[in-house]
Ligand binder design. Structure first.
Ligand code: SAM
Length: 254
């Protein structure tokens, strides 16, 4: 598959993205650790902790989009265990849906979840057209997912639609490093080391080259915040982790 040297038309892009994740699904978790030297775990932990305390008397409803093999969803369940005193009482006061466009990624997630005993809804769906009613969720999370979506504004509008009033959108994504030297070092690492690792660990250089290129093409922190604004979110904030290698964006539906 040739992702790099030509502009891929919109319709074709999602198909190529799906092929990539179908190919990498089985090796996805191990590759994440290898490529990020384990740091993706810290970023995900920070993201969950930025969601705030889930202690509440009302039922909480979570949607994790592009949830893949479950890393964000599982962390939400673990945080619920800590934050909600009634977690073990048998009365489940929360619900969590993990959705992803790719059946193979979800399948790996389902197997992990059943090994851990988590009660999660799994829904195969495109972030651009979610099969959920309006005003349903308190939280919409998307981690390392939005850059793969073809029409991001459409996905953000869908996020707003399915959130309740006062509900919160949170995105964790690769972003722009604001330090030129560091940016060059990082770019060398990702352009050379990551596709090579993909070749060695998963025998799949092209898929990992796609991932690196999609990271480089993704908008800056400010541009993405502006897109959230276009979609109608309010109280938009963003903050960098690891010098802007990744950023957390947050917005509220009002
Ligand atoms: N959120 C998980 C994590 O942080 O480990 C998985 C991230 S993985 C890099 C990106 C995921 O986005 C893949 O599982 C892929 O199938 C999914 N994806 C790509 N395009 C999508 C779309 N249009 N709608 C929903 N999910 C999509």
């Amino acid at each position: 598959v040739d992702f790099g040297s030509r502009e891929v038309p919109k319709e074709e892009k999602q198909k190529l993205v799906n092929e990539v994740f179908t190919r990498v699904a089985e090796k996805y978790d191990i590759m994440n650790d290898a490529m990020s030297l384990g740091i993706h775990r810290l970023w995900k932990d920070q993201f969950i902790s930025d969601m705030g305390n889930f202690h509440t008397n009302s039922n909480l409803s979570f949607l994790d989009v592009a949830g893949g093999t479950g890393d964000i969803g599982f962390r939400i369940v673990e945080k619920l265990k800590q934050d909600i005193p009634s977690f073990y009482s048998g009365n489940q006061t929360w619900d969590l849906t993990i959705s992803d466009i790719n059946a193979e990624m979800l399948e790996v997630g389902k197997q992990r979840a059943s090994a851990l005993g988590y009660n999660i809804n799994w829904v195969q769906a495109n972030a651009e057209e979610l099969p959920f009613e309006d005003n349903k969720f308190d939280f919409y999370t998307i981690a390392f997912g939005i850059r793969n979506v073809t029409d991001r504004l459409k996905a953000l509008k869908e996020a707003k639609r399915v959130l309740k009033l006062g509900g919160r959108f949170m995105c964790l994504e690769f972003s722009k490093i604001n330090y030129p030297v560091l940016d060059q070092v990082y770019s060398l690492y990702s352009q050379n080391v990551i596709p090579a690792m993909g070749k060695i660990i998963a025998n799949d250089r092209d898929s990992y080259q796609y991932l690196v290129d999609s990271i480089e093409k993704f908008p800056s922190q400010e541009e993405f915040a502006a897109l959230m604004n276009n979609a109608g979110f309010e109280y938009i904030t963003h903050r960098d982790l690891t010098f802007g290698v990744v950023a957390i964006h947050s917005g509220i539906k009002l």
